[in-house]
Design a protein around this ligand. Structure first.
Ligand code: MTE
Length: 332
């Protein structure tokens, strides 16, 4: 195991190493259910468990509340997993409103079944892929990732899913494909925020193909060993842990392979504030605030210290080479 320490005494690890052995023992059975070839069985009880996950989203009821109090063992104790209650009630999902509490309050209207993802563009196997098939495509595993929001806060969340690369390989990109565009649901009937002019809906994001293929890029179906709560992007979302949170799109409905850099929703809204790359970078300030430090959700209070933000959110060893030779101030 490789542990890197910086001069603040913080310990960075590769994401898989943040997961404490003991913390999630009690829900290993569910992970196994989702991870094995029994994804179909997991899906059979999908609706039931989704209802359960929604119920548990009520503060104080989710078993993860108790479990997540366990700090990450030994030297990794600074990476305490964020409590489920915070991760599921302090959200950005503008389709359901711009207040952090809006998604948890409004997302119940989101209809997550049936669900499919249209995959198109420069690939050999375009088509509409049912959620059921996507769930079964690859073994799912739990990965604890930091998520750093561009607004200056962060969380540590145990996600459940598999590397997006498994899906990309399956649809066979053509030689000329260089970028991947991600489009999310924009349903004015169930999403009150879509009526607002904050963004040009639908919410669109993009990655370079090699970023999308990087093993850290996760297609997530669950968190804390349960199906994703709707406010966290059910039934499937991206998690790109070395980029600001807005690249991690929720409630994904379309993936398009292209040779041109996609026009993304936040970039269209304010190009000088939200670059295409949006790699977490303490040295590149947002025009309206510094990105040098962050507040870990759940560590609020008078004496809560701010944490230093790490280049690539601490995943430099894994992803740094993707940007070799690039001026990160220019390509922010
Ligand atoms: N995806 C959609 N469709 N709409 C959004 O508003 N917000 C993004 C991202 N994905 C957003 C989205 C932002 S700004 C962040 S920080 C993360 O979701 C937050 O994810 P979380 O609420 O699960 O922590």
């Amino acid at each position: 195991m490789l542990i890197k320490t910086n001069n603040q005494g913080f310990v960075h690890t590769i994401p898989s190493e943040i997961t404490p052995e003991a913390t999630y023992q009690s829900r290993r059975s569910l992970i196994r259910l989702m991870a094995g070839g029994v994804a179909g069985a997991a899906l059979a009880s999908w609706a039931a468990r989704e209802a359960l996950a929604q119920d548990w989203a009520a503060p104080g009821q989710h078993p993860a509340l108790a479990r997540s109090k366990t700090s990450v063992a030994g030297a990794l104790s600074l990476e305490k997993v964020t409590e489920y209650q915070h991760a599921s009630t302090y959200n950005n999902f503008y389709e359901f409103g711009t207040d952090k509490a809006d998604p948890a309050q409004n997302a119940h209207a989101l209809k997550t079944s049936p669900w499919s993802v249209e995959i198109e563009g420069m690939i050999k196997k375009p088509g509409r892929y049912a959620l059921e098939d996507l769930l079964k495509l690859s073994a799912q595993e739990e990965r604890v990732y930091r998520l750093r929001c561009v607004e200056g806060w962060s969380m540590v969340i145990p996600w459940v899913g598999y590397s997006l690369s498994a899906l990309i390989k399956k649809v066979e990109p053509l030689g000329g494909a260089r970028y991947v565009e991600f489009v999310t649901l924009a349903d004015p009937k169930t999403m009150p925020g879509v009526g607002s002019r904050v963004l040009d809906w639908p919410y669109v994001e993009g990655l370079r193909l090699d970023e999308a293929m990087h093993p850290l890029t996760l297609l997530a179906f669950g968190m804390y060993g349960e199906v994703l709560p709707k406010q966290n992007g059910a039934p499937l979302r991206l998690v790109v842990p070395w980029k600001y949170g807005f690249k991690s799109v929720k409630s994904l409905v379309k993936i398009r392979f292209t040779d041109k850099q996609p026009a993304t929703a936040w970039n269209k809204a304010a190009a000088n504030e939200y670059g295409f790359y949006s790699n977490v970078n303490p040295d590149v300030d947002h025009p309206r605030w510094s990105q040098a430090t962050e507040r870990r959700i759940g560590e609020d209070g008078l004496f809560a210290r701010k944490r230093k933000t790490l280049l690539f959110n601490g995943y430099e060893a894994q992803v740094g080479q993707l940007y070799a030779g690039m001026d990160l101030k220019k390509f922010f």
